[in-house]
Design a protein around this ligand. Structure first.
Ligand code: G6P
Length: 592
C-alpha cells in the first residue's frame, strides 16, 4: 500500500527520501513521486512504475533542497499513471500534497469545487482534498495549518497526508487518522515515514503520537533486519530466518525446563480469557489462516467455542457482540484497515481485545487491551512467511496457557506439547537444511495452470495457506480445500494435468487422508505430499514427496507450512516473478 517519506533539515533531502521510498517498496505500489522546494519554486516529479524509474527520469535535474516529500502509490482512485501519482499540486500551484488512505466523501466535495471553477488533473481523491484545503485557505485567509484542520473536519475516511507550501520551505505539515506515520527526530532535522524502515539509519528517536501530548520513544530495530543479508530475495531470507524468529518468539516465554509459559498479556487477563463464553478471532489473509489453526487448538485444548472471522465481513454484518466477549486480533502489520475498524467497533461495544501483532507500536497493538507480539522482526516480502509461524507460535503458547489455567488439559499432555513446541526451531532448521527436492518439484510443476491443496484437521488451514502462497507469488490459480470435502466439487477438476498437494503428516486423520490420496490417484491426478519423515506408505502412492520431522499434530502446522512456502518461492522465481513484490498485492492493506 501507499508509502510516505518526508525529510526536512540541513541535509540534501531528495536522496534521503529516495532511499526511504526504496525501503518502503515492499509494501507494494505502482507509481512514485517526489516534491521539493528550491528558492520558492515548488517542483514535482512523478512517474508510473518503480522508484528506480523515477530516479532515472530525474537524473541531470537539479534536485538540491533541504525539504522533500515522496510517495509510492497503490492505486485506489484512478488507474496507475503519471498523472494519478502523488504528490499532487493545488490549482494555484503553491501547495503539494501526498496521501495514504481513502477519502470516502470525495465525490461530493469534488462536485462543490467543480461548481466553483476548480479543475482536476488526476482522478484521485487526494487532489480533491488538496484543492479543498486551498479553497478554505483562500476564502478564510487562514494559515495552511488552520485550513487543513478545517478541511479534515469534513473528511470521512482514513488518511495520512504530508503537505508543503512553496512559500514556506521550513515546514512539512503532517496529519493522520487511521493510517500509519512515524516521525523520527534528528539533530535539527525531522524524518517522516509510513513505517520505521526509512528512518532507522538516521535516528532511533521517534515521536509516539497516539496520545494528545507527543512523547519520544526509542526504536527497537536494526538496519540489518531490513536488508537482504546475502539472500536473493527478502522472502527467501525470511523463510530461512524462521528457526531464529520462532526461537525468539518462544524465548523467555516457553520456559521448557520449568514446564511453564510466561506471557504477561495472557497472565494479566487470564480470567477474561478463560471465562469467555466464546472467543472471536478477527484477521485477514495469512493471519486469518493462523486464526483457523488457533480455532482448532483453543477448542481442543481449552474447550471454549471459537469463531474465526474475516475482518471485512465481521465489521459490516453488524455482529452480535456482548460486553466481555473476547476478540483475538491477528495481524502482521498491525495496520490492516479492515482489521482495525472491525476492532474499533467491537471495542466500542465492550469487547476485550487481545492483539497478536508483529509490528511493535502499530495501530492494532495500541488499540488492543492486551496482547503478545510475535517478535518475527520486520517482514519485507509481501507474502507472509515468518510472521505466520510467529503467529502460530504465540497462539499455541496462549492456548496451552489458557488450557492449563482452566484445567482442561492433563499435565501429561501439557508437558508433551510444551516439549514439542520447544523442538520446533530445530526441526524447522532440519527442513531448511536441504531444499533440493522442493526445488526439483517446483521445476517440474512450474508450468501448471492450477493446483489443488488438501488437508484435514490442523493441516486444513495449512492447505489454505499453501494455496494462498502459490497464488500470491506465482500467479498460478490454486485452491485450498478440506481433503474430504474435495469429493463435493474439486474432484471434478482432477485429471493427469492437475497437481494436488496433500498436507498428510501423521495425525488422527492420516488413514482418511491416505484414502483421499487414492481417490485422486484413481483419477490420474499428480500427487505431491507433505509427509512425516519415516512414512513408508505415502512414497508408494505419491508422485512427489516433501518430508517434515515427526511432531504432535497440534504443532504440525509450524512444520508443514515450511515446504509449501519454499515450493511457492521456487515456482515464482523459476517463472521470473518478483516474489518480494508480486503484482497488485500490498504488504500492508491500509484501505478498507
Ligand atoms: C496483505 C498481505 C498478506 C497479509 C494480509 C493481512 O494481504 O499481503 O500477507 O496476510 O495483508 O495483513 P496483516 O498485516 O493484518 O497480517
Amino acid at each position: 500500500m501507499c508509502g510516505i517519506v518526508g525529510y526536512i533539515g540541513h541535509r540534501e533531502a531528495y536522496p534521503i527520501v529516495l532511499k526511504g521510498l526504496k525501503r518502503l517498496e515492499y509494501r507494494g505500489y505502482d507509481s512514485t513521486g517526489v516534491a521539493i522546494i528550491q528558492d520558492g519554486d515548488l517542483q514535482v516529479h512523478k512517474k508510473k512504475g518503480k522508484v528506480v524509474e523515477l530516479e532515472e527520469a530525474v537524473v541531470g535535474k537539479n534536485m538540491h533542497s533541504t525539504i522533500c516529500i515522496g510517495h509510492t502509490r497503490w492505486a485506489t482512485h484512478g488507474e496507475p499513471s503519471d498523472r494519478n501519482a502523488h504528490p499532487h499540486l493545488s490549482n494555484n500551484g503553491r501547495l503539494a500534497m501526498l496521501h495514504n488512505g481513502i477519502i470516502e466523501n470525495y465525490a461530493q466535495i469534488k462536485q462543490e469545487l467543480t461548481n466553483k471553477g476548480y479543475t482536476f488533473k488526476s482522478d484521485t481523491d487526494t487532489e480533491v482534498l488538496l484543492n479543498f484545503i486551498q479553497d478554505i485557505q483562500d476564502n478564510n485567509k487562514s494559515t495552511l495549518e488552520e485550513a487543513l484542520r478545517i478541511a479534515l473536519k469534513r473528511i470521512v475516511g482514513a488518511y495520512c497526508i504530508l503537505l508543503i507550501d512553496q512559500d514556506d520551505p521550513e515546514t512539512i505539515i503532517a496529519a493522520r487518522k487511521g493510517s500509519p506515520l512515524v516521525i523520527g527526530i534528528g539533530k535539527g532535522e525531522h524524518f517522516l515515514a509510513s513505517d520505521a524502515s526509512p528512518i532507522i539509519e538516521y535516528t532511533k528517536e521517534v515521536l509516539g503520537n497516539e496520545k494528545q501530548t507527543p512523547f519520544i520513544q526509542k526504536l527497537d530495530m536494526e538496519l540489518a533486519a531490513i536488508e537482504k543479508g546475502g539472500y536473493e530475495h527478502f522472502m527467501l531470507k525470511e523463510i530461512f530466518e524462521q528457526p531464529d524468529t520462532i526461537f525468539d518468539c518462544l524465548r523467555g516465554r516457553l520456559l521448557h525446563e520449568q514446564q511453564q509459559i510466561v506471557m504477561a498479556g495472557v497472565d494479566n487477563h487470564i480470567e477474561a480469557l478463560t471465562k469467555a463464553s466464546r472467543i472471536l478471532i478477527v484477521a485477514c489473509g495469512t493471519s486469518w489462516h493462523a486464526g483457523l489453526v488457533a480455532e482448532y487448538m483453543i477448542e481442543e485444548l481449552c474447550r471454549i467455542p471459537v469463531e474465526v472471522e474475516y475482518a471485512s465481513e465481521f465489521r459490516y454484518r453488524n455482529p452480535v457482540i456482548h460486553a466481555g466477549d473476547v476478540i483475538i486480533a491477528i495481524s502482521q502489520s498491525g495496520e490492516t484497515a479492515d482489521t482495525l475498524v472491525a476492532l474499533e467497533s467491537a471495542k466500542e461495544k465492550g469487547a476485550f481485545i487481545f492483539g497478536v501483532v508483529n509490528a511493535v507500536g502499530s495501530s492494532i497493538a495500541r488499540l488492543s487491551h492486551a496482547g503478545a507480539y510475535t517478535h518475527a522482526g520486520p517482514e519485507i516480502g509481501v507474502a507472509s512467511t515468518k510472521a505466520f509461524t510467529g503467529q502460530l507460535a504465540v497462539l499455541t503458547m496462549m492456548a496451552l496457557k489458557m488450557a492449563k489455567a482452566k484445567g482442561s488439559i492433563s499435565d501429561e499432555r501439557y508437558s508433551h506439547l510444551v516439549n514439542e513446541l520447544a523442538s520446533v526451531p530445530k526441526k524447522v532448521k532440519e527442513i531448511l537444511a536441504d531444499t533440493s527436492k522442493i526445488e526439483s518439484i517446483a521445476q517440474q510443476y512450474k508450468g501448471a495452470s492450477d493446483f489443488l491443496y488438501l488437508g484435514r484437521g490442523y493441516n486444513f488451514p495449512i492447505a489454505l495457506e499453501g494455496a494462498l502462497k502459490l497464488k500470491e507469488i506465482t500467479y498460478i490459480h490454486a485452491e485450498g480445500y478440506p481433503a474430504a470435502e474435495m469429493k463435493h466439487g474439486p474432484i471434478a477438476l482432477v485429471d493427469e494435468n492437475l497437481p494436488v498437494v496433500f498436507v498428510a503428516t501423521k495425525d488422527m486423520y492420516y488413514d482418511k487422508v491416505v484414502s483421499n490420496i487414492q481417490e485422486i490417484k484413481a483419477r490420474k491426478g499428480q500427487v505431491i505430499a507433505v509427509a512425516t519423515l519415516g512414512d513408508t506408505v505415502l512414497p508408494t502412492m505419491s508422485d512427489n514427496i516433501m518430508f517434515v520431522p515427526d511432531i504432535d499434530e497440534v504443532i504440525a502446522p509450524l512444520l508443514s507450512v515450511i515446504p509449501l512456502q519454499l515450493l511457492s518461492y521456487y515456482v515464482g522465481t523459476y517463472k521470473g516473478i518478483d516474489v518480494d513484490k508480486p503484482r497488485n498485492l500490498a504488504k500492508s492493506v491500509t484501505v478498507e
